[in-house]
Design a protein around this ligand. Structure first.
Ligand SMILES: Nc1nc2c(ncn2[C@@H]2O[C@H](COP(=O)(O)OP(=O)(O)OP(=O)(O)O)[C@@H](O)[C@H]2O)c(=O)[nH]1
Ligand SMILES: [Mg+2]
Length: 438
């Protein structure tokens, strides 16, 4: 920092000297009268940067200089054209100069500039905060690889199997110290299997009977799965104990699709168009052991989903809703589907199109975290063969086997920190605290 002192008989003369020596960008540090002489301390504009306080101190510097703004009005300055620039952040200590001229800038303008600077600084501080947390996240991923290569390997296995980065991180961090480095993945598989709720045996649905409605987005396999379930019911109890209902009456071929399956199985298919129709149909079918309702597929983003939930819950007969989740959908989509179809509560879900999915981790992730009861998995179009009672151990093992085929999409070591960035903010998600570790 190169501070220079200028003395003159008048402030006008002193300002001229400053301007000549340091140029129009000179920064005034002080301006006072000493023994009848005007004395100015100033430094060149480019030296200003050396005065900048560390970021965290600047807020208070600006605030105090803003507070000083009224005092600067008293400062003696030459006419506007000659005035060197006063930087908003300069720690100017001002003194009243006798018979001084007006400041070269309006005090109001200075205050506005200072307010703007305070705003800019607060933006910079918040950006710095974001950067710091992002870098910490990236460092977390990097540190895992360096300090705990075995844990990083488990992390990558989970990501490759389609599990979310959030669940992967949560579980990897919870691997007990007592677990050997190559036992981490088995520990995680055991935790996942324990947390995957499945029906204990098929009797739960086939023996108990009741009214079930298959719901879900378009084309996930509701009608096909209804037919598969119908075939299983018929095989166990005969066709007279079962009735089929479709709410898919208005789409071309909607009713027809189920009617053909019904015909093959020897089961009557009823078509209903609204809640009143459904109430009447369910009343008529009270004597049936099992009633399966095939619903119209609708996007989870369609507001009609709520109306469908209301229709199925407003009949006076308990209707258990089973959500069809296509294993081919992304975790984000499935999460949205569950939230939208949850309504007053789902009896459970059926994972469809498992045969088409490159990974099933994302579907299992959603089912585990949303605590859905998984009834069946469907792995093909064939009715009734391609429907199986969910087996938790088989599904978890399969999740980790399938990933081999997806090698080009697997996470590389240098990508891991980036993939794991931002997971910290999700660690408080209550769907995670519901995952039982012991
Ligand atoms: N690969 C495979 N295809 C399936 C599976 N389940 C259903 N499909 C096929 O997916 C397509 C759509 O099945 P649907 O049963 O009509 O689906 P949906 O949910 O009733 O469709 P919408 O009523 O239009 O909402 C058909 O071609 C089925 O054969 C499955 O598990 N695997
Ligand atoms: Mg259908």
């Amino acid at each position: 920092m190169n501070v220079k002192k200028f003395s003159a008989n008048t402030s006008r003369e002193a300002w001229r000297m400053v301007r000549e020596a340091l140029g129009p960008d000179a920064v005034i540090l002080s301006n006072k009268t000493v023994n009848g002489m005007v004395e100015i301390l100033a430094l060149a504009g480019e030296d200003m940067s050396s005065l900048s306080a560390p970021l965290h101190e600047q807020g208070s510097t600006f605030e105090s200089s803003a507070a000083r703004a009224p005092a600067s009005r008293k400062m003696a300055e030459p006419p506007r054209a000659e005035a060197p620039r006063r930087a908003a952040s300069a720690p100017a200590r001002t003194a009243a100069a006798p018979g001084g001229a007006q400041p070269s800038f309006a005090a109001g303008q200075t205050a506005r500039q200072q307010a703007e600077m305070i705003e800019v600084m607060s933006e910079i501080r918040s950006m710095r905060g974001m950067l710091e947390s992002q870098l910490a996240e990236i460092a977390w991923g990097g540190a895992q690889q360096q300090r705990h290569p075995a844990k990083a390997a488990v992390l990558k296995e989970m990501l490759a199997a389609g599990f979310s980065a959030t669940l992967a991180r949560y579980l990897v961090e919870k691997i007990p110290a007592s677990v050997t480095s190559d036992g981490g993945l088995n520990w995680i598989k055991a935790v996942l299997a324990r947390n995957l709720a499945v029906i204990e045996n098929e009797s739960e649905i086939l023996e108990q009977g009741g009214v079930y409605a298959l719901v879900g987005p378009t084309g996930v396999g509701k009608t096909t799965t209804t037919a598969k379930l119908a075939a299983r019911c018929v095989m166990r109890h005969g066709p007279s104990k079962l009735a089929l209902i479709t709410t898919d009456g208005y789409r071309i071929g909607g009713y027809e699709q189920l009617r053909i399956y019904g015909k093959i199985l020897g089961v009557m298919v009823h078509s209903v168009k609204d809640e009143t129709d459904l109430r009447i149909a369910l009343d008529e079918l009270k004597s049936k052991h099992t009633v399966l309702i095939d619903t119209v597929g609708m996007s989870q983003r369609d507001k009609m989903v709520a109306e469908q939930v209301a229709m199925l819950s407003g009949t006076g007969t308990p209707v258990k809703r089973l959500l069809c989740l296509a294993a081919t959908s992304t975790g984000e989509t499935l999460n949205e589907v569950v939230r939208s179809y949850q309504g007053t509560g789902l009896a459970g879900c059926i994972m469809t199109k498992m045969d088409e999915a490159a990974t099933i981790g994302s579907a299992l992730d959603v089912i585990i975290r949303q605590k859905l009861n998984l009834y069946y998995v469907a792995n093909g179009q064939r009715v009734p063969e391609d429907l199986h009672v969910a087996n938790r151990q088989y599904l978890i093992d399969r999740a980790f086997k399938l990933k081999r085929e997806t090698a080009p999409f697997q996470i590389h070591d240098d990508e891991l920190p980036l993939v794991m960035a931002n997971t910290a903010r999700n660690m408080g998600d209550k769907s995670l605290s519901g995952v039982h570790l012991g």
